[in-house]
Design a protein around this ligand. Structure first.
Ligand SMILES: CC(C)(COP(=O)(O)OP(=O)(O)OC[C@H]1O[C@@H](n2cnc3c(N)ncnc32)[C@H](O)[C@@H]1OP(=O)(O)O)[C@@H](O)C(=O)NCCC(=O)NCCS
Length: 168
């Protein structure tokens, strides 16, 4: 039997290609049919390897989850951007490649991201998810998040509702 080890660590510039691929496949899987095609394609294309290499070198914290040496997902995190919410930390993005979803990796990556925000002295956490992304809503509610606020994002003139989950 093969044993696959799971490792969650800060991303390095050499991970940029793999993260761009996670981003492309996860966003297509999660948002096709929700975000208009043109807007979704433009967002995905903008975030190629070069974009990720820059993001990793700059201040933003990018974590990756690696299983059996392959990058299965990433999370980005930092200070909460919504002034109307008192929580100090935010997970901006948390995405897994479709073939690695549903086996507990998201739960582990979420716990690690939350722990890192706390260890940076940020208390409380916010995550935004599109309301039509039912998997994400189920995931954050299952992880104990309270949905406390709503907002709207506009993509190619289509207004899409989003929900904020918080943990204190
Ligand atoms: C949402 C996501 C991060 C969850 O991570 P995951 O590793 O798939 O989830 P886990 O295996 O840790 O499962 C935890 C819980 O999430 C929910 N969940 C996970 N996959 C699900 C699916 N395919 N359908 C419905 N619920 C699901 C379940 O409630 C599950 O609880 P259970 O194990 O008690 O059944 C991941 O599926 C993903 O990247 N999805 C696509 C991108 C996305 O929507 N990201 C969030 C954007 S805000």
């Amino acid at each position: 039997m093969n044993t696959l080890t799971v490792d969650i660590r800060k991303a390095e510039p050499g991970d940029a290609d793999a993260i761009a691929e996670v981003h492309r496949t996860a966003w297509q899987g999660a948002y096709a049919g929700i975000i208009p095609y043109r807007a979704l394609t433009a967002m995905i294309n903008r975030r190629g390897s070069q974009w990720w290499a820059n993001a990793i070198r700059r201040a933003a914290t990018v974590l990756v989850v690696e299983i059996g040496g392959k990058i299965a997902g990433y999370a980005t995190l930092g200070r909460n951007r919504a002034r109307e919410l008192s929580q100090q930390g935010e997970i901006y993005e948390l995405y897994l490649r479709p073939e690695y979803q549903g086996i507990g990796l998201g739960t582990r990556l979420f716990a690690e991201a939350r722990g890192r925000l706390k260890s940076h002295g940020l208390s409380g956490l916010v995550v935004w998810a599109l309301e039509e992304n039912q998997n994400a809503l189920a995931f954050y509610a299952g992880a104990g998040g309270r949905d406390v606020a709503e907002g709207v994002e506009v993509f190619d003139q289509k207004a899409i509702r989003k929900v904020a989950f918080v943990w204190d």
